[in-house]
Design a protein around this ligand. Sequence first.
Ligand code: TNX
Length: 478
Amino acid sequence: MLPLIPWPTEVLPTDAPALALPAVRLAPAGDLPGTLLDVVAEQLAAVGVGRADDGVPFTLRLDPAAGPAAADSPERYSLTVTADGVEAVAAEPVGLLHAARTLRQLVERTDATPAVPAIVVHDAPRYAWRGLSFDVVRHWFGPDDIRAVVDLVAAFKLRVLHLHLTDDQGWRLEIPSRPELEKASDNQVGGGTAGFLTVDDYAALQEYAAARYVTIVPEFDMPGHVNAATHVYGGLTTDGLPTDAYSGIEVGFSRLHFDNPTTEPFLRDVIGDIARMTRGDWVHVGGDEVLTMDHDEFAKFVELAARIVREHGKTPIFWQEGARGPVEPGTLLQYWEPKGEEFERFVAAAAAGAQFIMSPGNHAYLDMQYVEGHPLGLHWAGYVELRDSYDWEPATVIDGMPAEAVAGVSAAIWTETITTRDELFSMLLPRLGAVAEVAWTAPDAKDFDAFAARTAAAAPAWRSHGWAFHPTPQVDWS
Ligand code: TNX
C-alpha cells in the first residue's frame, strides 16, 4: 500500500529492491532557486532523510517533456526511484517540489534506515486552483499556527491558502492607512484575548508560503460581516455611533451603507493597503450573507469593490453572492451553499466570463461535524464524514454550468467552535486529503476504499509530524 494522497496520474511500481535513503545529495541539473532546494531538503528531513555530500544522489531537472504523456499542466512532474538513486523531472520548479512531496510520502520508516520503493510516477493535477479557506477571525490563529497549516496544505500539493481576515468578531490584519482597526483585534468568539497580523507578520507569512509554492489570498469581507470595522469606525454606520463588540456566532446582521460618504474611502483604504501588501494575484472581497440589503445596493458594492481591486492590478474573488452584481471576465466566484434558485445566476456569471472555485458546504466545509454529536463543528450543511468529502464531482455541482468554468476546488474551515491547533487539525485530517484528491486526481482514478487504505497508511507520518487527526470509523486504522 503506497500512502500517496492525492493519488497520482500514473504509478508504475518496479521489481527493483527498495532504495535505502539515510540521506540524499541534492544534484540540481542547471540553475534552480536555492530556496527550492532548501524546501526539498526540508520535506525529506520531515521523514528522517538527511542531506549529505555522500548521500544517495537525488537529481532535479527541468524538462518540458516531464509528466504524463498528454499532460499540459505547468505543475506536471515525473519521479523515478531506482537502485542508483532518485530523479525528479518537472516542467517548472513547483513540479520538482511536488516530486519531493511524493517522495516524502513514499518514505518508509519501519526500521532505523528510511527506505523508498523502486517506482516511477508521472503526475499532473486536474485543477490549477487547489486550496483551503481558513477563518482566523472567529478564533484567532496566529503566525505559527498559520505556518503549520501552510505545511499541511503544501503536503497535499495544494497551492492556495485563503485567509478570512475580517469579520464581525475581529479584524486580523494591520492596515497602515487605518491603524485604529487594531482596536478590533482583541476579541473573538466567546471573548478573550486574540490578535492580529502586523504588516511584517503578513509579509513573512507570504514569504514562507511562497517558498513552498503556496499563495496567500487575503479576504476583507464586505459589505456584511463588518462589525469589527463598525465597532472602530462609528462613521460607517447610519447613526454615526460605533457598534458594540460582538463575540457570538450569528451571521448576517452587520453591514456597510453604500451612500454613506465614509464608505468608499474606507473600501479604498483597506483594499488598497491589502493589495499593496499582497504578493499573489488575488484579493477576496467577501460578499456573503448580507441579509439586510436590497439587491441594487448590494450590486453597487460588488461593482465598486471589484473595480478597486482591479485598479490595484489584482483579480477580485467573491463568495457566490457576487453573481448578484455585475461580473467582469476573470472574476472568481467561490461556491459554498447549494441554493438551486441561484444556479441560473451562476451559469449567467460563467457565461459573462467568471470562473468558479468549488467549496460546497456538504462536501468541502471541514468545520461541519463528522457525525451527529461530534464534539466540534456545526451542521447547517449536514454532517460531513470522510466519504462525503471524497465522493463528489466539482464539474457537476452547479446544473447547467460548463465544466470549463470550474477553476478548481477549495476546502474551507470556519472556526466558531475550533479553538486550538489540535482541534483544527482533527477537523482538517483526514478530510483535507479527500478534498485534495478531488482537486488533483482524475475522476476515473478515484476509489474511496483505496483512498481510505492510503489514509490509514499515511497516519503514522501524521503522528510523527504532530498532526492531530480524527480516527473516523470509515478508515480501518489497524
Ligand atoms: C457560512 S461560508 C459562512 C461563514 C460561517 C460558516 C460556518 C460563508 C461564505 N459564510 O460566515 O462561518 O457558514 O460554517
